[in-house]
Design a binder for this molecule. Sequence first.
Ligand code: FES
Ligand SMILES: [Fe+2]
Length: 445
Amino acid sequence: MHTEPFEARLNDLVHPDHVHQDVYTDPEIFELEMDRIFGRAWVYVGHESQVPNAGDYWTTLIGRDPVLMVRDKSGAVNVLHNRCPHKGAKVVSEGCGNAGPLFRCPYHAWTFKLDGSLLGVPHRSWYEGTGFDPKGESFSMSSVARVASHRGFVFASLSREGPDLKTFLGGAISTLDNFADRAPEGKVQVAGGVQRVWQENNWKLFLENMNDTAHAPATHESSWAAAKQTAQSRFGGKSPFQLHIIEGNGEPNAFWESLDFRCYDYGHSYFDAIFNAPGDRISLEYRQQLDAAYGKERAGEILKLNRHNTVFYPSCSPHVGFQQMRVIRPISVGRTMIEFFTFRLMGTNDEFFQRTISYTNIVNSPSSLVMVDDVDLYRRCQEGMHSDGGKWISHHRNYGRDIKGDHEIIGKGVTELPMRNQFRAWREYMQAPGGGDGRAATAAE
Ligand code: FES
Ligand SMILES: [Fe+2]
């Protein structure tokens, strides 16, 4: 149990190029993160296409807070606390479904409109002459403090204060635009349900790994080496798509060093694509559909924005080239659930969607040949960080070599700039209430 105020410990825990391992293992710090990071930031809730019809709902968590996204009769998408104002019961259980015209709490049958307002309580006479006010806010399912969406991607914040969503997403917003622009109809739709992976590690390790290029050749050697061998022996070096994806992790150092990283305020970042260069295994039919929808020049620009993992700190990581959204749900200091969603590009055919499914199955599904390596390493980090053999975690790679742009910091190749950038935001958020909002002004190192 630490007795000193947390603010006094911040300087001991987070340094520009190294952090104390307690930030990944201390349950008190985890609880504080749920309040000060997940209680303040814009957190990804879901995509509007998950609730196409009135009454459709999708349940999830913002930090520890159970919430649901629901489409009401007017077509608006609301995000409500999944809490009955009577005794606090979750009004709908986990998962998704259609509530019909109203929500009905299963405990004492209070009912609510799809915007959360109280519709009725059974036996109104039992409440007559009491302080019960059917119009009172405290007798409704309350809305989350702020809700906003961009290109159908819905985010919510438990705090009334802080930047608007656009400001929060900053320069990294182009990832969401490109995600939707890649559809000939300019819209995407969640398809194929959700895959969940339980991880025995702190939530921050997953987000850091999303932008850790240097791990790929080492961590994934068993799968990329086997893929290269198989491509050679069975396909004469002309790998089918599935092997091509796995082989990507075995690119030589010069390739990883040639990539660009871009980091933004609030902890966001992305880097150049490993796969999916214009024309790389993208079908001629898809290219023709894009040309027809946008014109050749614009279609070329859309495909040229060639990006691998983006991190929207602290809650999600989209991949535009393969239409994925990875969503981070911290469960406890050493346990995290990751949800993987696949999207259909509206205006493309099933064959194109098959490419998306293949990528998810190969790289991210619970039975993936690639993800198991990462999950094992996350667990090893989490277990090793309980050792007394040392206290510090190094983020020194390419430290001091990053370049400050106008609204971004640019790093080369194998830099650990994204981790340093995430911890700049972490420090800001973890200030006392009323302190920082995670902006962490981008400064050259
Ligand atoms: S707890 Fe919901 S109606 Fe009683
Ligand atoms: Fe990996």
